[in-house]
Design a protein around this ligand. Structure first.
Ligand code: XLS
Ligand code: NI
Ligand code: NI
Length: 436
């Protein structure tokens, strides 16, 4: 049985190709800065949008045509869907996938039944991983869809819901470990508030920290040593999410002694909703040594919500890959397509067009970023800008040799600082265009 009979393995054909189902830039074995493109990009397909997305929106019913899916919540349908997912990922040539527990297996009537459903589907995931060599980039628990989580999970006002979220997370962590997952993600589904008048913020944040500490202990107990990631997002579904942006996450992790166990999983559309660029979020995380993984997508700058579109903008992918290379590259993380086809793109083949195009956009971004680094003109413009810190007074300050007293004396003697370093913004922006 095949779900995509008309598609074979997506080939690399080079930039001259006019085949919309071929890569023009993503040549998985090509070497860039001493590593294959495959190892740099670590592409990952998400189960939720790609295999569970039906194209519904708040105004309309599902539109997606998915002939392999019988539309039921049966285990049989769930198991069959795994085979389809792996056929897709294999034909695409992506080395990883990612899922929420409830994407892959149906929620049961009880926690016990949900756990058993998950185990049953994990057997098939394991078989397919073995058959194809495709690996799990990260797992996570869906702690936001079920009505019980209406007030949040770890930040719920209901202690039993908190406890249920812990139980569900325990299982999701164990399953991620069992499948050899390279990491585990915490996106704060409904961890935030709709109304401050009814919210005890301090208590909710302490509960969130307690939940994460328990997750850290449990990972240790079961021998799961891969990174945990927090995924910042400022709003949607709540009015304000506690993990609002990279800086807020880092502050929270530091305040509650969690920073050693966590890195960040950054998503472009979430950065946009936070009023930042993706480059900003990557630099904030990178500078703190906490850049872990990315959820590759893009929003629409004229829409104020998480539209999760496939990224095709080379300027964006270049900026992403430039920051990623600058901070040492992706190691356990990946370029995870947390993106969905538009509801008007309802054909199965649109899933291929979307992934192939965005993989190529990131591959091209990687090539451009590596060319910029090899050329070195950008780096030297930046280092010229900070040259005054390399010797004399600047170097002494960086070495901790000064105080307000000594700097006051120094400047009384030296006089007014000369304006010695232009920002060169326009020259730099022109230079970027040269590489594109
Ligand atoms: C939602 C998030 C979500 C996480 C995984 O906006 O992006 O999909 O990536 O829970
Ligand atoms: Ni995401
Ligand atoms: Ni999102």
């Amino acid at each position: 049985m095949t779900a995509f009979p008309e598609i074979s393995r997506i080939p690399f054909e080079g930039p001259q190709s006019r085949n919309p189902l071929a890569f023009r830039y993503y040549d998985e074995n090509a070497m860039v800065e001493g590593k294959t493109m495959k190892d740099h990009l670590r592409f990952s397909v998400v189960y939720w949008h790609t295999f569970r997305g039906q194209g519904s929106d708040p105004f309309g019913a599902p539109t997606a045509v998915r002939p392999w899916d019988d539309g039921t919540d049966s285990l049989e349908n769930a198991r069959n869907r795994v085979r389809v997912a792996f056929e897709f990922i294999e034909k695409l040539g992506a080395p990883f996938y990612a899922f929420h527990d409830r994407d892959v297996a149906p929620e049961g009537q009880t926690l016990g039944e949900s756990n058993a459903n998950l185990d049953a589907v994990v057997e098939v995931l394991k078989e397919e991983q073995q058959r194809t060599g495709i690996r799990l980039l990260w797992g996570t628990a869906n702690l936001f869809s079920h009505p019980r989580y209406m007030h949040g999970a770890a930040t719920s006002c209901n202690a039993d819901v908190f406890a249920y979220a812990c139980a569900q997370t325990k299982k999701a962590l164990e399953v991620t470990h069992e499948l050899g997952g390279e990491g585990y993600v915490f996106w704060g589904g409904r961890e935030g508030y709709q109304c401050l008048w009814n919210t005890d913020m301090r208590r909710e944040q302490e509960h969130l920290a307690r939940f994460l500490h328990m997750a850290v202990s449990h990972a240790k107990a079961i021998g799961f040593s891969k990174p945990f990631y927090i995924e910042p997002k400022p709003k949607e579904p709540t009015k304000h999410q506690y993990d609002s942006d990279a800086a807020a996450c880092l502050n929270f992790l530091r305040q509650y002694d969690l920073l050693p166990y966590f890195k960040l999983n950054l998503e472009t559309n979430h950065a946009t909703l936070a009023g930042h660029t993706m480059q900003h979020e990557l630099e904030v995380a990178g500078a703190a040594g906490a850049l872990g993984s990315i959820d590759a997508n893009t929003g629409d700058c004229l829409l104020g919500w998480d539209t999760d579109q496939f990224a095709t903008d080379i300027y964006l992918t270049t900026a992403c890959m430039h920051s990623i290379l600058k901070y040492g590259g992706l190691t356990t993380g990946g370029v995870n397509f947390d993106a969905k086809v538009r509801r008007e793109s309802f054909d199965p083949i649109d899933l291929f067009y979307a992934h192939v195009g965005s993989m190529d956009a990131f591959a091209r971004g990687l090539l451009i970023a590596a060319a910029m680094r090899a050329d070195g003109r950008l780096e030297s413009l930046v280092s010229d800008r900070y040259a005054s810190w390399n010797s004399g007074l600047g170097a002494e300050i960086e070495n901790g040799q000064h105080s307000f007293d000594s700097l006051s004396s120094a400047m009384l003697a030296k006089g007014n600082p000369a304006p010695n370093a232009s920002g060169r913004q326009e020259r730099i922006e022109n230079l970027i265009n040269e590489y594109l």
